[in-house]
Ligand binder design. Sequence first.
Ligand code: PLP
Length: 400
Amino acid sequence: MEPDFSEGLERLRERGLLRELRTVINDNCGEIEFAGNRFVNFASNDYLGLSQHPAVAEAAREAIARYGIGAGASRLITGTHPPHRLLEEKLAAYKNAEASLVFSTGYAAALGIIPALVGAGDIVITDKLAHACLIDGIRLSGAVIRVFPHNHLGKLESHLRWARQHLSSSGRILIVTESVFSMDGDCAPLRSIIQLKNSFGALLLLDEAHATGLVGPGGRGLATALGLDEQIEVRMGTLSKALGVAGGFVVGSRQLISWLINRARSFIYSTAPPPLLCAAAAAALDVVLSEEGEALRATLAARIARLDDGLPNRFQRKNGAGAIFPLILGSEMAALDAASEAREQGLFIPPVRYPTVPKGQARLRATLTSLHSEQHLDRLIQWAQKIDERLARTSTKDSA
Ligand SMILES: *Cc1c(COP(=O)(O)O)cnc(C)c1O
């Protein structure tokens, strides 16, 4: 019998939650084309424009010439090729770690790492806003899960205390959080989290997906910027955002990496990432660490500062560290209206709604890249001011 999804799809449509794919043309200038129109692209994680960088593309072409396209087998069989090792050496050095391991995606990394670290009898404590792949990894592990409100140290501490009381002597406590949060663009109070972790004898998994390549000297991430590398047991990230390629990675001690090679199922039972992607990611890391990379980060920092200065008060972000701006509108309808108004002005800023964010916090999520011009930013600021004025008018009407 054919499964019937029509009712489910109709329900999504009625609630304004039906999502569909759009095919875009991206010529690497901060703008995209789709449906016959051109938009400033405020919805890309290609923060430094490396996805179309000539040196990155050239490294991929050279790797194709030498290694072809597919890896041919999983890493543990015959799928480990020189570009895999080269990239892992570079990543370990980049993140001041003993060793590293590459996965096909960041998502696969989380799904592999977390169940290798904890299982039934262990406890995972995580931030409410942790990325879906972290949540899925935790669920898959079978550990007991405790969630604390976003960046709430008091609640984290009480969960840690509870965990200490309820854990068997051989059990583990793992804290899972992000450094720069993907939806709110703010950063975790890392120093305090580490203090708590140490005093309760827990482990920490830090996801630097939105900080790697961007934050701190050389874009090494928040942990390195704060000098905390050695205090964090497991750090992961993605090759698909600021590095502009595809893949996930983890860095840590040699022992941790050996354990993951033996226990991370998404690593063991999946064909190795194509060598050409590892070669491209290694080249992207070289760019990130070069003077050119420094200049790209400086351009992006200037764009970020321009937006931080120009946004009306209601849209000012708190504790922002990366290039993500949550423009919080409140209701789903307000967010959808603001998004369509942006589109009319040639700005593409995707709305983010429940359940990705809590009810009443519907927003547009703008990400900046080094490809944006000052004019792009000024158009965004003008749109934000218009929305702000309208919201101010309606709220005075409401209170009158
Ligand atoms: C994007 C993202 C991932 C997943 O990385 P992919 O390489 O895209 O699979 C993991 N964690 C966070 C916080 C992310 O934002």
